[in-house]
Design a binder for this molecule. Structure first.
Ligand code: NDP
Ligand code: MG
Length: 380
């Protein structure tokens, strides 16, 4: 029986991972973790009986421990707990379904411990891809993408590893504000931006999709996963979210993966790679689709995408600045402290004012994150 651990099991990706596990009924879950939602974590523990559960908040961990004293599940907390879950000796695969840069250290620890990574936590690859990809290669550890676009690219590359990629066509839904101009976005409220047309996701990534910063993060993620240059990655707005991304080869062939928008497909693919398991979502019915349409992204209105390309080209700690500034700005926006358009203004400001480090190590990445937070907190 395959054994897996999940960081962020109570989130959107985490719960869907457990749905895949439950539906297939042949995977053992050895470790689960969450930030603070212990009610849901307790239900998951009672259902999946992991050996370890880790909660970020110490007080919540203590409360959980009391609640599940009838079980044999060990409870840990904080970064130590996350690291313990990431390296759980019995797990062969780690699903990184945690949100934000907090995933860097546990992901690195899991790779060092030889775990296959099913990677959803894109912020980790965006900020530390230059450390993670070589380490994974050195350890012989596969990094299997969970993000739907990257899974589509990964699937399109099956049997093609010896062939160079000409171009990656990275699709984007365009989010709820597609077609709008900058001036029309000035009074967007969090509840408007939290409505995604096709995907149901966590709060942070839903806002990131509306600003297209998510696509920016995915461009950087694609660079690290597939070893391509920024100019080889073309973002294509495709509002129906049916064609999940494609690869163009030098003979002009374009190979794509299509499907209904359902994250359980890429999650299941990563859990069982290279095997396919039975469909869990709706079947794709081509006859029901009216149109599949494709547009160029509007990088003037959605300037976060252009900023991501800049961050990628300058490299070093700039993707970290881009990502950290976005994390903070999105949190401020959700708290009602800044306006919608200030999200990308803040990212630009942080990028213009940061201290550039060409090849940051983990400490320097985390230091950059703190500096960016301090910079933003002192001004907004
Ligand atoms: P959610 O916000 O839904 O879930 C985040 C998870 O991380 C929750 O389990 C949360 O726990 C946990 N968490 C948060 N803070 C901490 C902490 N300090 N310590 C431990 N655990 C913590 O996010 P998503 O599932 O939407 O996204 C997860 C990652 O996957 C992100 O990097 C996102 O970009 C990526 N992704 C998501 C997609 C989606 O469809 N949702 C698609 C592609 C990529 P708690 O519930 O207790 O807060
Ligand atoms: Mg995606």
């Amino acid at each position: 029986m395959k054994k897996i651990a999940i960081l962020g099991s109570t989130g959107s990706i985490g719960t869907q991972t457990l749905e895949v596990v439950q539906a297939n009924n042949d995977i053992e879950v050895t470790a689960l973790s969450c930030g603070s939602r212990i009610d849901l974590l307790e239900q998951q523990i009672r259902r999946f009986r992991p050996k370890l559960a880790s909660v970020w908040e110490e007080k919540k961990a203590a409360e959980l421990k009391t609640r599940i004293r009838d079980l044999n599940t060990k409870v840990s907390y904080g970064m130590e707990g996350l690291l313990e879950a990431a390296q759980h000796p019995e797990a062969e695969l780690l699903v990184t379904a945690i949100v934000g840069m907090l995933g860097i250290r546990p992901t690195i620890a899991a790779i060092r411990a030889g775990k296959t990574i099913a990677l959803a936590n894109k912020e980790t690859l965006v900020t530390a891809g230059h450390l993670i990809m070589p380490l994974a290669a050195e350890m012989g550890v596969p990094i299997l993408p969970v993000d739907s676009e990257h899974s589509a690219i990964f699937q399109s590359l099956n049997g093609e590893r010896q062939n160079e990629i000409e171009r990656i066509l990275l699709t984007a839904s365009g989010g709820p504000f597609r077609g709008k101009k900058r001036e029309e976005l000035s009074d967007i409220r969090p509840e408007d931006a939290l409505k995604h047309p096709n995907w149901s996701m966590g709060r942070k990534i839903t806002i990131d999709s509306s600003t297209m910063v998510n696509k920016g993060l995915e461009v950087i993620e694609a660079k690290w996963l597939f070893g391509v240059e920024p100019e080889q990655i073309q973002v294509v707005v495709h509002p129906q979210s049916i064609l999940h991304s494609a690869v163009e080869f030098k003979d002009g062939a374009v190979i794509a993966q299509l499907g209904t928008p359902d994250m359980r497909l890429p999650i299941q693919y990563a859990l069982y790679y290279p095997n396919r398991r039975s469909r869990l979502g709706e079947q794709l019915d081509l006859f029901k689709l009216q149109n599949l349409t494709f547009e160029k992204p509007d990088t003037e209105t959605f300037s976060g995408l252009a900023l991501a390309y800049q961050a990628l080209e300058k490299g070093g700690n700039l993707p970290t600045v881009f990502n950290a500034a976005n994390e903070r700005a999105v949190a401020l926006f959700l708290d009602g402290k800044i306006s919608y358009l200030q999200i990308t203004e803040i990212i630009r400001n942080a990028m213009d004012n940061c201290r550039h480090i060409a090849a940051p190590d983990v400490e320097e990445i985390l230091e950059t994150e703190r500096e960016v937070y301090d910079f933003i907190d002192s001004r907004w």
